[in-house]
Design a protein. Structure first.
Length: 74
């Protein structure tokens, strides 16, 4: 699942909490700036099942620290 428009301060723990009700997250991969290594506000989640990934997309547009998350099947 692709995640976008996230706050730069987002953490793995925060994402796990937000998406906990969708299903088991098996991998989190952040897109980072090449020069600093800081998260650029987007990344990918891998879920244990396609059903969990579909459930995650229902959170598209939800607010996370004042930003409207983009959540799409990748």
């Amino acid at each position: 699942v692709f995640l976008g428009n996230l706050p730069w301060s987002v953490t793995d723990e925060q994402i796990k909490e937000v998406f906990a009700k969708c299903g088991e997250i098996t991998k989190i991969e952040w897109l980072t700036h090449a020069d600093s290594g800081n998260i650029e506000g987007s990344g990918y989640l891998q879920f244990a099942s396609a059903h969990a990934a579909d459930a995650a997309t229902e959170l598209n547009g939800n607010d996370l620290d004042g930003r409207s998350m983009k959540v799409e099947v990748a």
